[in-house]
Design a protein around this ligand. Structure first.
Ligand code: NAD
Length: 240
C-alpha cells in the first residue's frame, strides 16, 4: 500500500507570518542563530535563550494556520494511517489547523522540559520566568523544549523509520540545511519538493547544482499556492 512521508520546514509557516531561518542572512528574528539555538549559546547565556523562546511563544499565540496547513490536515484525515508528517517546525500551526499526528523533530515551543527527569510539560503561550517547577519531580532546572545545535534529536529515529515505510516523499518549505533532504530524496522513486526558490546544494563537488534535481517533481511555488498541484500528484500516487 502506498504511503506518504512529509517533511516540512519553516517555509510552511511563512505565509502565517512566522519568519524562516535562512532567508534573513543567517539571522533568526534578528538573532545570531548560534547564540540562541546551540548548546554553546545555552551554556553561555541561559537568560538570553529563555527570552528568545519566550518571545517566539508570545508571537505564536496570535498566528493562524494558512491554507497549506489546512490542506495537509485534510490530507491526514482523508488518508488516515497512510500519511506520516514530520516537521522541523516548533510552532503549533498544524495542530491549530486540527492535525493530530504531527511528529515534531525539533521540539515544541508550547512545552517546557525538566533537565533532571526529562519530562515534558505544556505551558501554552505563558512566559518562562524562572520559578517553574517540574510537575513530575519538582526540580527547578527547567528549559525550553527545543532541540539545539549540538545535542541529540531523539525523534530522528522516526524519520529513518518513515523513509523505510513510505513510497512518496514530500519536502515542503525546508532549505535542507539542518536535515539534508538530498539523501532522503535519493531513497525514493517518487518525490516532490515545494519551495518558491531554487536552492543550491551545499557541496561544490556535487554534479547537480540544485537540490530540486534530486526530486521527481519540483513545484516552485509558495506552500499555499502549491497545494493543488501537490494534491493532483498525491491522488494519482495513492490510487496506483
Ligand atoms: P529554513 O529557514 O532553512 O528554510 C526555509 C525554506 O522555506 C527555504 O528554502 C525557503 O525558500 C522556503 N520558503 C520560504 N517561504 C516559503 C513559502 N511561503 N512556502 C514554501 N517554502 C517557503 O528552514 P528549515 O529548513 O525548516 O530549517 C530551519 C530550522 O529552524 C528548523 O530546525 C526549525 O526548527 C527552525 N525554525 C522553525 C520555525 C517554525 O517553527 N515556524 C521558524 C523558523 C525556524
Amino acid at each position: 500500500m502506498n504511503k506518504i512521508m512529509i517533511l516540512s520546514g519553516a517555509g510552511l509557516s511563512a505565509e502565517s507570518g512566522i519568519r524562516t531561518f535562512r532567508d534573513h542572512n543567517g539571522l533568526w528574528e534578528n538573532h545570531n542563530v548560534m547564540e540562541v539555538c546551540s548548546t554553546q549559546g545555552w551554556i553561555t547565556n541561559r537568560s538570553k535563550v529563555t527570552h528568545f523562546y519566550n518571545d517566539r511563544r508570545r508571537d505564536l499565540e496570535f498566528k493562524k494556520p494558512n491554507h497549506a496547513h489546512k490542506v495537509l490536515t485534510q490530507l491526514e484525515h482523508d488518508y488516515r494511517g497512510r500519511v506520516i508528517h514530520l516537521t522541523q517546525n516548533i510552532d503549533n500551526l498544524m495542530e491549530k489547523a486540527g492535525a493530530k499526528d504531527i511528529i515534531h523533530l525539533h521540539g515544541t515551543l508550547t512545552d517546557l522540559r525538566c533537565e533532571a527527569c526529562t519530562q515534558i510539560f505544556n505551558i501554552d503561550y505563558a512566559q518562562q520566568v524562572g520559578n517553574e517547577k517540574c510537575p513530575h519531580c519538582g526540580n527547578t532546572r527547567i528549559r525550553h523544549n527545543v532541540v539545539m545545535f549540538g545535542e541529540a534529536a531523539p525523534e530522528y529515529t522516526r524519520l529513518y523509520q518513515s523513509i523505510k515505510e513510505s513510497t512518496l516523499f514530500i519536502a515542503i518549505g525546508t532549505s535542507g540545511t539542518v536535515i539534508d533532504i538530498i539523501p532522503i530524496a535519493k531513497e525514493f522513486k517518487h518525490s516532490i519538493l515545494i519551495d518558491p526558490k531554487r536552492q543550491n546544494t551545499a557541496s561544490t563537488f556535487d554534479p547537480h547544482n540544485y537540490i530540486d534535481e534530486y526530486f521527481e517533481h519540483f513545484i516552485q511555488k509558495k506552500a499555499g499556492d502549491a497545494m493543488e498541484d501537490m494534491m493532483d500528484i498525491i491522488k494519482e500516487h495513492m490510487n496506483q
